[in-house]
Ligand binder design. Structure first.
Ligand code: CIR
Length: 265
Protein backbone atom coordinates (compact mmCIF):
# COMPACT_ATOMS: atom_id res chain seq x y z
CA UNK A 1 0.00 0.00 0.00
CA UNK A 2 1.25 3.49 -0.68
CA UNK A 3 0.05 6.93 0.24
CA UNK A 4 1.17 10.49 0.88
CA UNK A 5 2.43 9.21 4.26
CA UNK A 6 5.05 6.93 2.71
CA UNK A 7 5.59 8.23 -0.82
CA UNK A 8 7.31 11.53 -1.52
CA UNK A 9 8.98 13.35 -4.38
CA UNK A 10 11.14 15.74 -2.34
CA UNK A 11 13.05 16.10 0.90
CA UNK A 12 14.75 18.94 2.76
CA UNK A 13 17.82 18.38 4.91
CA UNK A 14 20.44 20.66 6.42
CA UNK A 15 24.19 20.13 6.69
CA UNK A 16 25.39 19.54 10.24
CA UNK A 17 26.77 22.62 11.98
CA UNK A 18 30.24 22.43 13.51
CA UNK A 19 28.48 23.62 16.68
CA UNK A 20 26.77 20.19 16.83
CA UNK A 21 29.19 19.56 19.70
CA UNK A 22 26.88 21.88 21.68
CA UNK A 23 23.80 19.90 20.61
CA UNK A 24 21.18 18.97 23.18
CA UNK A 25 21.29 15.47 24.62
CA UNK A 26 19.66 13.57 27.45
CA UNK A 27 22.89 11.89 28.47
CA UNK A 28 26.44 12.92 27.67
CA UNK A 29 28.21 10.05 25.94
CA UNK A 30 30.76 12.32 24.25
CA UNK A 31 30.57 14.80 21.41
CA UNK A 32 29.78 13.79 17.84
CA UNK A 33 32.80 13.72 15.53
CA UNK A 34 31.95 16.45 13.01
CA UNK A 35 33.69 14.93 9.99
CA UNK A 36 32.14 11.53 10.60
CA UNK A 37 28.74 13.13 11.10
CA UNK A 38 29.13 14.83 7.70
CA UNK A 39 29.97 11.47 6.10
CA UNK A 40 26.92 9.86 7.66
CA UNK A 41 24.77 12.78 6.59
CA UNK A 42 26.04 12.49 3.01
CA UNK A 43 25.14 8.78 3.04
CA UNK A 44 21.68 9.63 4.35
CA UNK A 45 21.07 12.21 1.62
CA UNK A 46 22.28 9.72 -1.00
CA UNK A 47 19.88 7.10 0.33
CA UNK A 48 16.99 9.54 -0.07
CA UNK A 49 18.13 10.36 -3.61
CA UNK A 50 18.44 6.67 -4.46
CA UNK A 51 14.89 6.26 -3.20
CA UNK A 52 13.72 8.86 -5.70
CA UNK A 53 13.90 12.11 -3.75
CA UNK A 54 14.96 15.50 -5.02
CA UNK A 55 16.81 16.62 -1.91
CA UNK A 56 17.37 20.27 -1.01
CA UNK A 57 20.39 20.41 1.30
CA UNK A 58 20.37 23.68 3.22
CA UNK A 59 23.48 25.31 4.65
CA UNK A 60 24.29 24.77 8.32
CA UNK A 61 23.26 27.43 10.82
CA UNK A 62 26.09 27.64 13.34
CA UNK A 63 23.97 29.62 15.80
CA UNK A 64 21.67 26.58 16.09
CA UNK A 65 23.71 23.52 17.15
CA UNK A 66 20.79 21.13 16.51
CA UNK A 67 19.89 22.58 13.09
CA UNK A 68 20.68 19.32 11.27
CA UNK A 69 17.52 17.87 12.83
CA UNK A 70 15.19 19.70 10.44
CA UNK A 71 12.23 17.42 11.08
CA UNK A 72 11.46 19.26 14.31
CA UNK A 73 10.94 22.60 12.56
CA UNK A 74 7.99 21.85 10.27
CA UNK A 75 5.32 19.40 9.20
CA UNK A 76 4.72 19.00 5.47
CA UNK A 77 1.41 17.68 4.22
CA UNK A 78 0.24 17.58 0.59
CA UNK A 79 -2.00 20.61 1.17
CA UNK A 80 0.66 22.82 2.75
CA UNK A 81 3.28 23.14 5.47
CA UNK A 82 3.04 23.99 9.14
CA UNK A 83 5.88 25.75 10.93
CA UNK A 84 6.38 24.14 14.34
CA UNK A 85 7.06 25.81 17.68
CA UNK A 86 9.89 23.80 19.26
CA UNK A 87 9.74 23.28 23.00
CA UNK A 88 13.52 23.47 23.38
CA UNK A 89 14.29 27.20 23.80
CA UNK A 90 17.60 26.85 21.90
CA UNK A 91 15.68 25.45 18.90
CA UNK A 92 12.78 27.91 18.66
CA UNK A 93 14.58 30.07 16.08
CA UNK A 94 15.21 27.08 13.81
CA UNK A 95 11.54 26.93 12.88
CA UNK A 96 11.51 30.55 11.71
CA UNK A 97 14.70 29.89 9.73
CA UNK A 98 13.01 26.99 7.94
CA UNK A 99 9.85 28.93 7.02
CA UNK A 100 11.22 30.74 3.92
CA UNK A 101 12.47 27.45 2.46
CA UNK A 102 8.99 25.98 2.65
CA UNK A 103 7.70 28.72 0.35
CA UNK A 104 9.55 27.06 -2.53
CA UNK A 105 7.28 24.07 -2.20
CA UNK A 106 3.99 25.28 -0.73
CA UNK A 107 1.59 28.20 -1.18
CA UNK A 108 -0.26 27.53 2.05
CA UNK A 109 2.09 27.89 5.01
CA UNK A 110 0.60 27.92 8.48
CA UNK A 111 2.34 28.65 11.75
CA UNK A 112 1.86 27.18 15.23
CA UNK A 113 1.51 30.21 17.46
CA UNK A 114 0.58 28.68 20.79
CA UNK A 115 2.15 26.11 23.04
CA UNK A 116 5.00 23.96 21.82
CA UNK A 117 5.24 21.15 19.31
CA UNK A 118 8.16 19.52 17.47
CA UNK A 119 7.97 17.42 14.32
CA UNK A 120 9.68 14.51 16.06
CA UNK A 121 6.53 14.00 18.09
CA UNK A 122 4.30 13.71 15.01
CA UNK A 123 3.63 10.47 13.13
CA UNK A 124 1.48 10.99 10.04
CA UNK A 125 -0.29 7.84 8.86
CA UNK A 126 -2.71 7.46 5.97
CA UNK A 127 -5.70 7.84 8.28
CA UNK A 128 -4.64 10.19 11.07
CA UNK A 129 -1.98 12.37 12.62
CA UNK A 130 -0.63 10.93 15.86
CA UNK A 131 1.09 13.34 18.23
CA UNK A 132 2.92 12.31 21.37
CA UNK A 133 2.86 14.71 24.27
CA UNK A 134 6.44 15.01 25.51
CA UNK A 135 8.87 17.37 27.19
CA UNK A 136 8.91 19.20 23.80
CA UNK A 137 5.25 19.06 22.74
CA UNK A 138 2.44 20.14 25.03
CA UNK A 139 -1.35 20.17 24.99
CA UNK A 140 -1.53 23.74 23.71
CA UNK A 141 0.79 22.97 20.80
CA UNK A 142 -1.13 19.82 19.90
CA UNK A 143 -4.41 21.74 20.04
CA UNK A 144 -2.93 24.44 17.80
CA UNK A 145 -1.93 21.76 15.28
CA UNK A 146 -5.43 20.26 15.44
CA UNK A 147 -6.89 23.64 14.56
CA UNK A 148 -4.55 24.46 11.69
CA UNK A 149 -5.07 21.12 9.91
CA UNK A 150 -8.79 20.67 10.55
CA UNK A 151 -9.95 22.32 7.32
CA UNK A 152 -7.61 20.02 5.38
CA UNK A 153 -9.60 17.11 6.82
CA UNK A 154 -7.00 15.59 9.16
CA UNK A 155 -7.81 13.96 12.48
CA UNK A 156 -5.23 14.65 15.19
CA UNK A 157 -4.93 12.06 17.97
CA UNK A 158 -2.95 13.03 21.06
CA UNK A 159 -0.95 10.31 22.80
CA UNK A 160 1.76 10.13 25.42
CA UNK A 161 5.43 9.75 24.50
CA UNK A 162 6.94 7.25 26.98
CA UNK A 163 8.66 8.91 29.95
CA UNK A 164 12.39 9.57 29.41
CA UNK A 165 11.93 9.27 25.63
CA UNK A 166 12.75 12.46 23.71
CA UNK A 167 10.17 12.30 20.94
CA UNK A 168 7.23 10.07 20.04
CA UNK A 169 9.03 8.99 16.86
CA UNK A 170 12.18 8.18 18.81
CA UNK A 171 10.20 5.01 19.48
CA UNK A 172 8.30 4.38 16.24
CA UNK A 173 8.20 4.78 12.48
CA UNK A 174 5.62 4.17 9.76
CA UNK A 175 6.46 1.25 7.43
CA UNK A 176 3.34 1.34 5.27
CA UNK A 177 -0.19 2.68 5.57
CA UNK A 178 -1.10 0.19 8.26
CA UNK A 179 2.23 -1.07 9.66
CA UNK A 180 4.30 0.60 12.36
CA UNK A 181 7.76 -0.29 13.63
CA UNK A 182 7.67 0.33 17.37
CA UNK A 183 9.52 -0.34 20.57
CA UNK A 184 7.79 -2.73 22.91
CA UNK A 185 7.41 -0.01 25.56
CA UNK A 186 5.45 2.24 23.18
CA UNK A 187 3.39 -0.52 21.52
CA UNK A 188 2.47 -1.87 24.97
CA UNK A 189 0.62 1.39 25.69
CA UNK A 190 -2.01 0.27 23.15
CA UNK A 191 -1.73 3.46 21.16
CA UNK A 192 -1.44 1.65 17.81
CA UNK A 193 -4.65 -0.35 17.98
CA UNK A 194 -5.84 -1.06 14.45
CA UNK A 195 -2.30 -1.03 13.04
CA UNK A 196 -0.02 -3.98 12.42
CA UNK A 197 3.04 -3.67 14.68
CA UNK A 198 6.57 -4.91 14.14
CA UNK A 199 8.45 -4.56 17.42
CA UNK A 200 12.12 -3.75 17.67
CA UNK A 201 14.27 -6.51 19.16
CA UNK A 202 15.18 -6.26 22.84
CA UNK A 203 18.11 -3.89 23.26
CA UNK A 204 17.54 -2.44 19.77
CA UNK A 205 15.04 0.26 20.71
CA UNK A 206 17.08 2.84 18.78
CA UNK A 207 16.13 1.04 15.56
CA UNK A 208 12.52 2.23 15.89
CA UNK A 209 13.30 5.65 14.45
CA UNK A 210 13.17 4.47 10.84
CA UNK A 211 11.52 6.08 7.84
CA UNK A 212 9.69 4.68 4.89
CA UNK A 213 10.59 6.64 1.73
CA UNK A 214 8.95 5.29 -1.42
CA UNK A 215 10.09 1.69 -1.85
CA UNK A 216 12.62 1.53 0.95
CA UNK A 217 12.80 1.66 4.72
CA UNK A 218 15.81 3.68 5.88
CA UNK A 219 17.09 2.41 9.22
CA UNK A 220 20.08 3.15 11.44
CA UNK A 221 22.88 0.62 10.94
CA UNK A 222 23.78 -1.81 13.69
CA UNK A 223 20.43 -3.26 14.68
CA UNK A 224 20.57 -6.55 12.79
CA UNK A 225 17.75 -8.42 14.44
CA UNK A 226 15.27 -5.61 13.94
CA UNK A 227 16.43 -5.05 10.35
CA UNK A 228 15.84 -8.76 9.72
CA UNK A 229 12.34 -8.54 11.17
CA UNK A 230 11.54 -5.64 8.83
CA UNK A 231 13.03 -7.50 5.84
CA UNK A 232 11.13 -10.65 6.70
CA UNK A 233 7.93 -8.63 6.66
CA UNK A 234 8.68 -7.87 3.01
CA UNK A 235 10.30 -4.43 3.16
CA UNK A 236 13.51 -3.37 1.42
CA UNK A 237 15.84 -2.01 4.09
CA UNK A 238 18.69 0.47 3.61
CA UNK A 239 20.94 0.93 6.65
CA UNK A 240 22.76 4.20 7.34
CA UNK A 241 25.43 4.68 10.02
CA UNK A 242 24.06 6.91 12.74
CA UNK A 243 26.57 6.76 15.59
CA UNK A 244 27.28 10.51 15.61
CA UNK A 245 23.69 11.77 15.42
CA UNK A 246 22.77 9.24 18.09
CA UNK A 247 25.14 10.96 20.53
CA UNK A 248 22.80 13.95 20.40
CA UNK A 249 19.61 11.88 20.33
CA UNK A 250 19.03 12.13 16.56
CA UNK A 251 17.98 9.46 14.09
CA UNK A 252 16.65 8.75 10.63
CA UNK A 253 13.43 10.75 10.80
CA UNK A 254 15.02 13.81 12.41
CA UNK A 255 17.41 14.41 9.53
CA UNK A 256 14.86 15.34 6.86
CA UNK A 257 11.51 16.78 6.00
CA UNK A 258 9.82 14.52 3.48
CA UNK A 259 7.29 16.13 1.19
CA UNK A 260 5.07 16.26 -1.82
CA UNK A 261 5.02 19.92 -2.88
CA UNK A 262 1.70 21.55 -3.62
CA UNK A 263 3.38 23.78 -6.17
CA UNK A 264 5.85 22.71 -8.82
CA UNK A 265 9.35 23.25 -7.46
C1 CIR B 1 17.34 17.68 20.37
O1 CIR B 1 17.45 17.29 21.53
O2 CIR B 1 16.46 18.46 20.03
C2 CIR B 1 18.31 17.18 19.34
N1 CIR B 1 19.59 16.99 19.95
C3 CIR B 1 17.83 15.88 18.73
C4 CIR B 1 16.57 16.06 17.93
C5 CIR B 1 16.09 14.80 17.31
N2 CIR B 1 14.95 15.04 16.50
C6 CIR B 1 13.96 14.18 16.32
O3 CIR B 1 13.91 13.15 16.97
N3 CIR B 1 13.00 14.52 15.47
Amino acid sequence: MSSFATHFTHAISRKPAQSITEGLRAEDVGNPDYDLFVQHHDAYVMALENAGARVTVLEALEEFPDCVFVEDTALCLPEGAIVMRPGAPSRLGEAAAMAPNLKTFFDDIRVIEQGHIEGGDILVTAKEILVGKSARSDNAGIEALRQVVSDWGYQVRALQTPPEVLHFKTDCGLLDDTTILSTHRLAASGCFEGYKIIETAAGEEAAANAIRFNDVVIMPKGFDETANRVRQAGFDVVEIPNTEAAKVDGGMSCLSLRLNPSKSA
